[in-house]
Ligand binder design. Structure first.
Ligand SMILES: NC(=O)C1=CN([C@@H]2O[C@H](COP(=O)(O)OP(=O)(O)OC[C@H]3O[C@@H](n4cnc5c(N)ncnc54)[C@H](OP(=O)(O)O)[C@@H]3O)[C@@H](O)[C@H]2O)C=CC1
Ligand SMILES: CC(=O)C(=O)O
Ligand SMILES: [Mg+2]
Length: 776
């Protein structure tokens, strides 16, 4: 069982940290960002008066055009009156605002849905309903939040009747869907027949009633449910503190307190308040008790307390710092995504059930590396401590949203059915950023799983844990044939430690025992004997992974190589250069190109890693290599900007002049190249500045490839962009080489090594194709 990760932090410290987090910089957690250019007077005349009249008139003629010309289709209101804020109770709309802003952040972070949080000073059902109804023109959906029971039931039901967009009370159904998914899996793990499970529900408010109702839909019998609220167990004939929603769960029972109800109960569902469950109550439960203590921020009982009295319990809370977070965050972003994407009129039972089933099923799939990393490299697999997926698992979006969308279509509430679910899945992945889609595109261009002719990629650092984990992923995918260099015994031991048993039959080469060793030594000696290399030195050299691996690639015993996970850059590049050298016999020297992937665009930066102070000829070659790489990877023609602190001759310093000269040389070598400079970085990446200040510039849009005057500026820029600009960096990709060999960074993660391996495999394929063309 996981304990809170930050258990050394005191409660007061956590409180202060949370306040600092919210107050730091711009107050609160959200801001509004325009999605259209607003740089110039022309832009503003389109965004606002007079231009804005055009979409207004179109929408007046055809109301559905509101989805075409405004943000409505992707805009959800998180609306609360603050009467049941988390488990903090009736603290009012103002005090509830941080929670509503927080929900908005989660909608955006997990499903790219925009949110206005709306806090209303309104307690009566009638007034809430009137207010929300009047907001219908603004929103694509309404997420009601933290409105207390029983008013919340009335509010939701009435709004669903009178409004034509999804109305969803998150505390009811979000909790029910996640609780339901986790409950199904907990029953499966403990071999329980759901129709016989005895459930105690603590709380009879929004979350509790909805979760109990959902469990009935999943197969729990009403007579097997005992519900308790602040007045004790709800039983037939009780009159105090009752309402019709509680009435529906009033059973014939002698139990009067929660403690009575817990005796021999199979499951506990808590949607009530902190600390209501004692260790004695847990002791009294049946074998393998299922305990979902979901009150926030503090559960009805903590996992530590349960562990003190029961080792057979399956435990979940609403918190992210324990295993099994049963929290509606795993539902509302993804459910709304599916509902908005088919422009559903409502969120109905079919859609809720589809979401729960998708989540329950996804939990049984193997958990990807990036999810484990997001949670401190914990090794999740379906079981007692992993009942449902994690919110940071990107697959939740691609599993839940399509399931919900399909259920909406099948149940007849979708106004805009999805025609191509494959294209829809792709669009969902793109919402989460471009890295995934770019890498998928690269993978899709590799020969394909199951085929004999897979690119063989050699990894000289065969004992490194990150390399082995990456190789394990590559092996599973089946697109690349990895080869490891190193001592077989040590590598096998490491594999056992890491639990990557799928690698045991992988080819492992210990250089000096390999049949090619003598030939490689001779080849290297012949090549370097006039550069001070003796035969015995060549023998020693060829025992080293980077030399042997490079030689394998050179002689066609491998198609590519990945190194660098454990060594510094010069240690890797020197052997490669000595064994292989560059592509052209003429001037072109090797350069390191970084691909920086931002949410909306991709830029290539060069030279980030090799040439300290390239001259104009070197820069032209670097640009041509980078442009070619861009074409290969992005399958598009790049715009190349030669960067400087000067714009088009504004400074005559030799460093600026060198960049202008490099443009001329590059264009002379490839007249089709779209390139210009020298120019400053803001001109290069902002098409508006470019157009407004330098309309003669031959790049008609922002540049895709940025060529820097020296290694210092390139290296600093890519690191800053990766750290501060939120870009994912892929590279450095070494070009031009005769062979596909790349150096990852010592800090590279498993996923980055996997990405580089795919890219290297792709480059190896292109080099092969190029050679075949030359020889045909
Ligand atoms: N993990 C998750 O995803 C979610 C968790 N929750 C949590 O569930 C809890 C309830 O939220 P919600 O349903 O929105 O709130 P409501 O105000 O609608 O319901 C609260 C319920 O808890 C009961 N209750 C309060 N204090 C006690 C007590 N001392 N003993 C017994 N019962 C008590 C109330 O009883 P009575 O009816 O007698 O007043 C009421 O039935 C909160 O802690 C909230 O954070 C809610 C939504 C999602
Ligand atoms: C998670 C949530 O919505 C609540 O605790 O109210
Ligand atoms: Mg809530």
């Amino acid at each position: 069982m996981t304990t809170p990760t930050n258990e050394t932090t005191s409660a007061e410290e956590k409180y202060r940290l949370a306040l600092d987090y919210h107050a730091h910089g711009r107050a609160g957690k959200v801001e509004i960002t325009p999605t259209k250019p607003t740089m110039t007077a022309r832009d503003l005349s389109l965004a606002y008066s007079p231009g804005v009249a055009a979409p207004c008139l179109e929408i007046a003629k055809n109301p559905d055009d509101v989805y075409k010309y405004t943000a409505k289709g992707n805009l959800v209101a998180v609306l609360s009156n603050g009467t049941a804020v988390l488990g903090l109770g009736d603290i009012g709309p103002l005090a509830g605002k941080p929670v509503m802003e927080g929900k908005g952040v989660l909608f955006k972070r997990f499903a790219d849905i925009d949110v206005f949080d709306i806090e209303i000073n309104n307690r009566s059902v009638e007034e809430i309903v009137r207010t929300v109804k009047s907001l219908e023109p603004t929103f694509g959906g309404i997420n009601l939040e933290d409105i207390k029971a029983p008013e919340c039931f009335e509010v939701e039901t009435q709004l669903q009747e009178i409004m034509d967009i999804p109305i969803f009370h998150d505390d009811q159904h979000g909790t029910a869907i996640i609780g339901g998914a986790a409950f199904l899996n907990a029953c499966e793990i403990t071999n329980r027949d759901i129709s016989k499970v005895k459930v105690v529900v603590s709380g009879a408010g929004a979350a509790a009633i909805a979760t109990a109702n959902f469990l009935l839909e999943l197969g729990v019998k009403r007579e097997n449910v005992l519900m308790a609220d602040s007045k004790g167990v709800i039983y037939k004939g009780r009159t105090e503190g009752m309402n019709k929603y509680k009435d529906a769960f009033a059973n014939e029972t002698k139990c009067r307190t929660l403690a009575d109800a817990m005796v021999n109960a199979d499951a506990f569902i808590g949607c009530s308040a902190k600390g209501l469950v004692s260790k004695d109550m847990v002791k009294a439960m049946a074998k393998d008790p299922i305990i979902f203590a979901m009150a926030n921020p503090d559960p009805e009982i903590t996992p530590e307390e349960v562990a003190q009295v029961r080792s057979d319990a399956i435990m979940a809370t609403g918190r992210s710092d324990y295993a099994n977070q049963v929290n509606n965050v795993l539902c509302f972003p993804f459910l709304f995504r599916g509902a908005l994407d088919v422009r559903a009129r409502k969120i109905n039972e079919e859609m809720k059930k589809a979401a729960a089933m998708a989540l329950a099923k996804l939990a049984k799939e193997e958990v990807p590396e990036d999810v484990k990393r997001a949670y401190g490299n914990e090794n999740f697999s379906f079981g007692r401590n992993y009942l449902i997926p994690k919110p940071f698992d990107k697959r939740v979006l691609t599993w839940v949203a399509p399931a919900v969308a399909k259920a909406a279509m099948d149940s007849g509430v979708a106004r805009m059915p999805i025609e191509d679910f494959n294209a829809y899945a792709k669009s969902l992945q793109e919402r989460l950023g471009q890295v995934g889609s770019i890498m998928r595109n690269i993978r899709s261009r590799l020969p394909g799983a199951g085929k004999a002719e897979k690119p063989r990629i050699v990894f000289p650092e065969g004992t490194n844990a990150r390399i082995l984990k990456a190789v394990s992923i590559l092996r599973d995918e089946g697109l690349i044939q990895p080869i490891l260099l190193g001592n077989k015994k040590i590598i096998h031991r490491k594999m056992d430690e890491l639990g990557v048993s799928n690698l045991k039959d992988l080819e492992i080469i210990y250089p000096e025992d390999n049949a090619n060793y003598e030939t490689f030594v001779k080849d290297y000696f012949t090549q370097r004997q006039r550069k001070g290399v003796s035969y015995s030195f060549a023998k020693d050299t060829m025992k080293r992974g980077n030399y042997f691996g490079s030689m394998m690639v050179k002689t066609g015993n491998a198609d590519g190589m990945i190194t660098g996970a454990t060594q510094n850059y010069p240690e890797c590049i020197r052997p490669i250069m000595k064994v292989i050298g560059t592509n052209s016999p003429g001037r072109a020297k090797v350069a390191g190109i970084m691909m920086l992937v931002f949410k909306q665009r991709v830029v290539f930066l060069a030279d980030c890693t090799v040439q300290m102070n390239p001259d104009a000829h070197d820069l032209a070659d670097i640009a041509l290599s980078a442009a070619q790489m861009y074409r290969n990877v992005m399958q598009a023609e790049p715009r190349v900007a030669f960067l400087s602190y000067s714009n088009f001759g504004s400074n005559r310093d030799p460093q600026a002049a060198k960049m202008a000269e490099a443009v001329k040389i590059a264009k002379a070598k490839d007249p089709t190249l779209i390139a210009d400079g020298e120019m400053q970085a803001d001109v290069a990446v902002n098409a508006d500045i470019m157009k407004n200040l330098f309309e003669f510039c031959s790049l008609d849009k922002a540049a895709d490839v940025l060529i820097f005057p020296d290694l210092g500026s390139a290296n600093i820029s890519y690191k800053l962009l990766a750290q501060l600009g939120g870009a994912t960096s892929i590279g450095p990709i070494l070009l031009p080489l005769k062979y596909a060999i790349n150096i990852v960074q010592r800090t590279s993660t498993v996923d980055e090594i996997v990405n580089m391996s795919h890219l290297t495999a792709l480059i190896s394929q292109e080099i092969k194709a190029h050679r075949a063309l030359k020889h045909s």
